[in-house]
Ligand binder design. Structure first.
Ligand code: PEP
Ligand code: MG
Length: 566
């Protein structure tokens, strides 16, 4: 077995086709006729662009618009006036076109590779692809035709370039194995878009695998099983069929409302960390954003983001969501989330320390600038504000007062915002659970953060392996906390969602249906799975399960029972 990085889900069973890069050999020579050589270079660029456009069209059909744009980006690079000018200068200095292209591309490849930044390093792959394309045209070399690969082919190559991908026929290619690439490389993005199982960064794949040998590509585990016997093939065939069946079933739920088997409707939102994630939420069929973790805007930089920068990010997320609800959580730093430039003091017990809403209320200018940015963005969609780590009614009141102050400032400057913006509480502390009745009187909505609620209820640090046996949302104490929060919200007539990981846990779903949760907020890849899980239960069945579960005294009894019914 060979190990790599699982970069595209699924199982592929097939025969290897080793695709080695063609040797682009030439002898650099001094040319006499500069004009003719320039013309040869320009013709090659034109031919390259024509060919790339054709490939982009092919990839648009097989993989999608975003992937086609990667190819079309090659045209922009090859037509870049600076790059062209540098190549022309070398030709004018009597170098042949091949050598000029190679030298200037190398300059760009070295420059991009040296940055250490993953995205910029991707550009180096693009330039390599362009270099090889241009030199092949100049040398009159035909490209390797992956498009001719027979059904059941597993491609093994050093690096899957966008131009190679353009030739992939989804019906025939059942797996991809490469020697380089990461989860976020072009190869991975393209493999996922084509829905072909892929294992990347397999050291020595080209030398260990040979054409025609049978392999199994496990895109989940990042494994390549070599020389599988009949039993292994049978096992993986069954896994593959189950995976494809589930995928088809989930796809049937795309665009459908989220309803239980007895017809109750739920909101199914996504958790996001950046405006770009909103695109993933939409692509995943999320019905809104139930948690925008704004810390990410504050991380990986040296100073606070300005009000304008924040406004742009919140507005962009809202525009991407096309008017669907977007719940923006105000800054939740401290505990496991450090932002070095804020200079937070080291604390004995940071999870119980000066963090989240506590820090924000003491740093009013920073907090107000975030709230103003959110309010300004609320003119562009259905935006809601949520405060993290609330433990006392005073904190909610102080936060709401600041919202009113920010509104007054904006009114005075004639800046538009949603006057009726909803302000909610993230119920994620034991205190907020216990006073959920009091908080429900003054909050517009609740969202249960089970990641922290579990930790604070059980007094078990969510990151500490030694106490992880206590850290479970299925602990009777945590379940009672969740039920209480939902009951208090329901009694006071405010919506109550859940944005912690437990919202996507299939074992929790019947319990949440029974307790009366109204909104689930989960990661983008979980959306259709949760819609499917919700659709499996009637309210009456869920009530029966919840009643039984709430009669148990230990977490092990709860899980043992749920194992038999879910
Ligand atoms: C939570 O605590 O459940 C939650 C969703 O927030 P975070 O994971 O960002 O603390
Ligand atoms: Mg939290």
């Amino acid at each position: 077995m060979l190990k790599g990085i699982g970069a595209s889900d699924g199982y592929g069973i097939g025969r290897v086709m080793v695709v080695v890069e063609q040797k682009l050999e030439y002898t650099p020579k001094e040319i006499a006729d500069v004009d003719a050589e320039l013309e040869r270079f320009h013709n090659a660029v034109e031919k390259f662009c024509e060919h790339t456009l054709e490939q982009a069209d092919a990839i648009r059909k097989s993989a999608g618009e975003k992937e086609a744009l990667i190819m079309e980006g090659h045209i922009a690079i090859v037509r870049d006036p600076f790059m062209n000018g540098e190549i022309e200068n070398l030709i004018k200095a009597h170098q042949c076109a091949e050598a000029a292209v190679e030298q200037i591309c190398k300059m760009f490849i070295d420059m991009f590779s040296a940055t250490g930044d993953e995205l910029t390093m991707q550009r180096a792959t693009d330039v390599k692809d362009i270099r090889d394309g241009l030199i092949s045209i100049l040398l009159g070399i035909q490209e390797i035709k992956i498009s001719d690969a027979p059904a059941g082919t597993v491609i093994v190559t050093k690096e899957l370039t966008p131009s190679m991908t353009a030739g992939i026929n989804k019906e025939n290619i059942v797996g991809i194995i490469t020697e380089t690439g990461s989860q976020t490389s072009h190869s991975a993005i393209l493999a996922r878009a084509l829905e072909i199982p892929a294992v990347l960064s397999v050291p020595g794949a080209l030398s260990s695998l040979s054409s025609e040998e049978q392999v199994i590509v496990d895109g989940f585990k990042g494994e390549v099983i070599t020389a599988p016997d009949a039993a292994v093939i049978e096992d993986y065939t069954a896994k593959r069929e189950a995976f494809l069946r589930e995928k088809r079933e989930l796809e049937n739920l795309r665009g459908k409302p989220t309803v239980s088997a007895s017809g109750e409707e739920y909101e199914l939102f996504c958790n996001i960390g950046t405006p770009k994630d909103a695109t993933k939420a939409m692509a995943a069929d999320g019905e809104g954003v139930g948690l925008f973790r704004t810390e990410f805007l504050f991380m990986d930089r040296n100073a606070l983001p300005t009000e304008d920068e924040q406004f742009e990010a919140y507005k962009q997320a809202s525009l991407i969501m096309k008017g669907k609800p977007v719940i923006i959580r105000t800054l939740d730093i401290g505990g496991d989330k450090d932002i070095p430039y804020l200079g937070l003091a080291k604390e004995e017990n940071p999870f119980m320390g000066f963090r989240a809403i506590r820090y924000c209320l003491k740093n009013r200018d920073m907090f107000k600038s975030q709230i103003k940015a959110i309010l300004r963005a609320s003119a562009f969609g259905d935006i809601r504000i949520m405060f993290p780590l609330i433990t006392a009614v005073e904190e909610l009141r102080a936060g709401k007062e600041l919202v009113e102050e920010a509104k007054a400032d904006l009114r005075a400057s004639d800046i538009k915002f949603d006057e009726n913006i909803k302000v909610g509480v993230m119920t994620e502390t034991a205190a907020s659970g216990v006073i959920a009745d009091l908080l429900a009187d003054e909050a517009d909505f609740f969202s249960i953060g089970t990641n922290d609620l579990t930790g604070y209820t059980m007094a078990a640090d969510r990151g500490n392996g030694d106490v992880s046996y206590l850290y479970s949302p299925l602990q009777p104490s945590v379940l009672r906390m969740i039920r209480r929060i939902i009951n208090c919200a329901t009694e006071k007539g405010i919506p109550v969602g859940m944005c912690g990981e437990a919202a996507a846990n299939p074992k929790m779903i019947p319990l949440l249906i029974s307790f009366g949760l109204t909104e689930f907020s989960v990661s983008a890849p979980s959306v259709l799975k949760v819609r499917s899980a919700i659709s499996k239960w009637t309210k009456a069945e869920a009530d029966k399960i919840a009643e039984k579960v709430m009669s148990f005294k230990t977490e092990s009894e709860v899980t043992a029972y749920l194992d038999t019914v879910v």
